[in-house]
Ligand binder design. Sequence first.
Ligand code: 13P
Ligand code: SF4
Length: 334
Amino acid sequence: MNTPEAAEKKLLQNGFLDLDIDPTLDLFEEINKLKKEKNAVVLAHYYQEPDIQDIADYIGDSLGLSQQAAKTDADVIVFAGVHFMAETAKILSPGKKVLLPDLKAGCSLADACPPDIFAKFKEKYPDHIVITYVNCSAGIKALSDIVCTSTNAVQIVDSLPADQKIIFAPDKNLGAYINKKSGRDMVLWDGACMVHEIFSREKITKLKERHPNALLIAHPECETAVLDMADYIGSTTGLLNFTINNQNKEFIVATESGIIHQMVKSNPDKVFIPAPPNNHCACNDCPHMKLNTLEKLYLCMKYDLPEVTLDKELIEKARLPIERMLEISAKLGL
Ligand code: 13P
Ligand code: SF4
């Protein structure tokens, strides 16, 4: 039976809720009812499956989602994204209940930077400050001076004195992109996103030959070889806005495929071609992001599980660098 106790037991056993759902239920209707009942807000990243994007109260990139999490007056934040994003929401709104439809929704980039190893790495550079990409654990944020996202990374680095020495973690591709844009020589942690590092320059070149009028738009988590070919580089929101504001009709999209749902909705007359990865799989899905489903979203709202919780001391330490990012972003009008 689907009692709260049974749900919790299943959750503990399986790591996620896989209870039976009455197939006659209209999940959109049920989720909307639960939102009202619980004063809950659903925040979704662009990489979520289309149904989740369509039921969300707010869809955005990492910066937009953090800004929403910091200002919402809802009692419950349902985070349709990955674990580090839900952690960031909890850090910014510690008094609220933060739910993540599947607790296993992690991130290869965040996993590539374990706090104990990073702390030792940091000790080697005592005169450097630490700027971290938001795609990292709360433990890494607690070791950082300023957090950034792909929207504000270059501007945040540019806002610091030219002679300021910097460690940038965990994404070496975004770090290399910032170094190039800002003329700096930041020390880079050796991490990468499993989705963005597999785009193939050779296959994109062939695709461009077949679609000579298509513009290549790329997320800065892509490797330098791909970014060097791009007509536009930006965060997911930046890429979406570019497709809306640019007159071109065809775009090759070098980021996770979920964003294409919003691109098509905003530009029904334009064509979006997912950039091909360097393997035999034709999809650019993030396996972590796609662990969340509409069914799990419904179950997590129904049972208030799984909840993301964090130690108070860790919240305090991790909050400062995120707040610095939000302050700088507000000053820059981002
Ligand atoms: P943005 O949301 O900043 O575009 O980053 C994309 C991403 O990889 C999130 O995991
Ligand atoms: Fe992490 Fe990459 Fe997935 Fe984003 S797309 S959550 S960076 S693995």
